[in-house]
Design a protein around this ligand. Structure first.
Ligand code: ATP
Length: 482
């Protein structure tokens, strides 16, 4: 161990002292280990120390680990979250995996080597982003060898978070969104990302950051709808000790922490007029004044905002300030819902199964063709987030590493939402030429019928009034395989 290096800090939250001790012994060579026996204790530790990784038991007095980690995600989004649980808790955890943004869950009884490897990987993922903030200096001042190393690290971050990370099929509507966004990324314009929940707005914002000259700086995320307004101001702009009850120490806000980088303000449409005034002032003046402070601090950040609302409509209704709207909407992108880009389902599902497989400790997981066909026949009102939850649940319930159609939930299995919604406006593609929209509907009907007939082409063709050869031709055209 090198005494000169600062070890990353892990906070272990467990009400059993024996488990705390066992984890401390496993981790203490590589990490500074803090412990807490419950949520209150953990909050105090998080307020006092800079924690890199949190390891939390799912069974806690008063609330579950996942619920607590959701709060941690909202208040301290940079901390990597790991939950430890018994097998019987898995349904709860799966339901909360995305909400709480859990990096991994570890099953009890845990094995020391596995626990240590998981926490090491988590800490590495966390430092990757922080390291990029230091690269700028390194790049400017370092020897050629160090400069090369810094450039290599930045390249790694770009690969992890860049436009290539946004899975899509060839010719997807996301191609033009990514192409335009990549162009805009180079300039210091504010960006507004519109789109339904779970469509990948944050992913697009991250890709813009890493394709921008600010890539060496931090990318910080704040969900404006997740915390009460007073806390939001203090989170973004910081506060001075004693500014309000509970402000025991000075707190540096996200704008200052992201100096030189990008702040992603999610759900901006939910903010109040009073908050909008404050934000507008910060953006106009390029400085923040922490709550309770007398002096303002200059900050240099690019703002990318996102909302699932129709923001122009909210401006017309007087719910969102017009001047702020024009300030944040330097360039606007709309991420289409998944049902309008059915072709993207396959590559996204493959990526998600890979990721979820690793998160659940089952790497190498895959989908049968029948399961994939079910995914493609369903309209995904909750978009990619719903797809992710569905696949995590299906993999957890599968006996093998290959997810069968039978492991999918009833609504996805029977394409029921797809079938009923085919007739409803909700599933109809809302953009594209008439021919493109009719194609999307035709593909959905074919998929659903084939699925019901378990890919028996003779029966599906009969029901649809097609010849077998005619059906085969359409299947090739729409890329449908049983
Ligand atoms: N094209 C894609 N390829 C792979 N994964 C994707 C893609 N789009 C979204 N995802 C994944 O889907 C999940 C939801 O994406 P993200 O959080 O970016 O959506 P969002 O629109 O910002 O959601 P919300 O509005 O609810 O905050 C994330 O896990 C993200 O990694």
């Amino acid at each position: 161990m090198n005494a000169g290096l600062r070890l990353p800090t892990v906070l272990v939250v467990d009400d059993e002292v024996r488990s705390q001790d066992a984890m401390r012994r496993t981790l203490e060579e590589d990490f500074v280990v803090l412990t807490a026996s419950g949520a209150d204790d953990a909050r105090t530790q998080l307020e006092r120390h800079e924690v890199n990784v949190i390891l939390c038991d799912q069974r806690m007095p008063g609330l579950t680990g996942v619920v607590f980690l959701k709060e941690v995600r909202e208040r301290w989004p940079d901390i990597v979250r790991i939950v430890i649980s018994g097998y019987t808790d898995s349904e709860d955890i799966i339901a909360g995996i995305n909400d709480a943004g859990i990096y991994q869950y570890i099953l009890k009884p845990w094995v020391p080597d596995h626990l240590l490897a998981t926490v090491r990987n988590a800490a590495e993922a966390q430092t990757l982003q922080q390291e990029t903030a230091r690269l700028d200096l390194e790049l400017r001042t370092a020897t050629p060898v160090l400069r090369q190393r810094a450039a290599h690290k930045l390249e790694r971050a770009r690969r992890t978070f860049g436009f290539d990370r946004i899975e899509r099929a060839a010719g997807s509507p996301m191609d033009s969104v990514c192409e335009m966004a990549a162009r805009v990324a180079r300039y210091d314009l504010s960006v507004l990302v519109l789109g339904e929940s779970g469509t990948g707005k944050e992913l697009l914002a991250r890709a813009i950051h890493y394709a921008s000259p600010r890539a060496n700086g931090a990318f910080v995320v704040e969900n404006c709808a997740a915390i009460p307004e007073t806390l939001l101001e203090s989170e973004l702009f910081g506060h001075k000790r004693g500014a309000f009850t509970g402000a025991y120490e000075d707190h540096i806000g996200l704008f200052q922490r992201a100096d030189g980088g990008t702040v992603f303000l999610d759900e901006i449409g939910e903010t109040s007029p009073a908050f909008q005034v404050r934000l507008l002032r910060v953006l106009q003046e390029g400085e923040v004044r922490p709550v309770g402070a007398t002096r303002a601090v200059p900050v240099d950040v690019r703002v990318i905002a996102a909302t699932h609302r129709d923001l122009e409509q909210r401006v017309r209704e007087g719910l969102f300030r017009e001047d702020l709207y024009y300030r944040i909407a330097g360039a606007t992108f709309t991420v289409p819902p998944l049902r309008e880009r059915v072709g993207d389902i396959e590559p996204i599902a493959r990526r998600v199964v890979d990721e979820v497989g690793i998160e659940l400790g089952r790497p190498g997981a895959s989908l049968t063709d029948e399961a994939m066909a079910c995914l493609m026949g369903y309209p995904w009102p909750g978009n990619i987030r719903e797809l992710r939850n569905e696949l995590a649940r299906a993999l957890a319930l599968s006996d093998s590493e290959r997810i069968e159609a039978q492991s999918l939930s009833q609504r996805v299995l029977h394409g029921q939402a797809g079938l009923t919604a085919t007739a409803s406006a909700a599933a109809l593609p809302a953009s594209g030429t008439l021919a493109e929209r009719l194609d999307a509907i035709e593909a959905m009907v074919l998929r659903e019928t084939l699925l019901r007939h378990r890919w028996n082409k003779t029966r599906a063709a009969k029901e649809l009034g097609l010849s077998r050869v005619g059906l085969r031709g359409k299947m090739v055209r729409f890329g449908l395989e049983g």
